[in-house]
Design a protein around this ligand. Sequence first.
Ligand SMILES: [Zn+2]
Length: 120
Amino acid sequence: MQINTENQIPAVQSAVLNALMDAAHECGQLRITCPQCGSADVHLIGQGDHQGNQVYIRAGDGTHVIRPMPSLGKGSAVFTIYRCETDHGWVVVQRFDRGSTYRSIQCVDLPYNIPELWRA
Ligand SMILES: [Zn+2]
């Protein structure tokens, strides 16, 4: 990830810290549910990004870097990995492409023993 200028770093940090503090007080929260069974018992398994020829994944079982990643012909993406308590897995992908950002939900099979991110 490229960091632009020294003047932009504090603004980004401030914005994220403010968002985290607001979220800790349940301001504007939206409860995530499983896209397969509707359960609200959802656990955070990991997150990451796809930029250029690299995929970076931070998950409960560690950090994974996939490089080289073949081009998908699209812009950069960030994603979050979830699992419900009945073991349905899915990845929410937000990808930039030609001036717009799209969100999609992809159901996936996750390794049964992958721990939750917050317990890592
Ligand atoms: Zn489910």
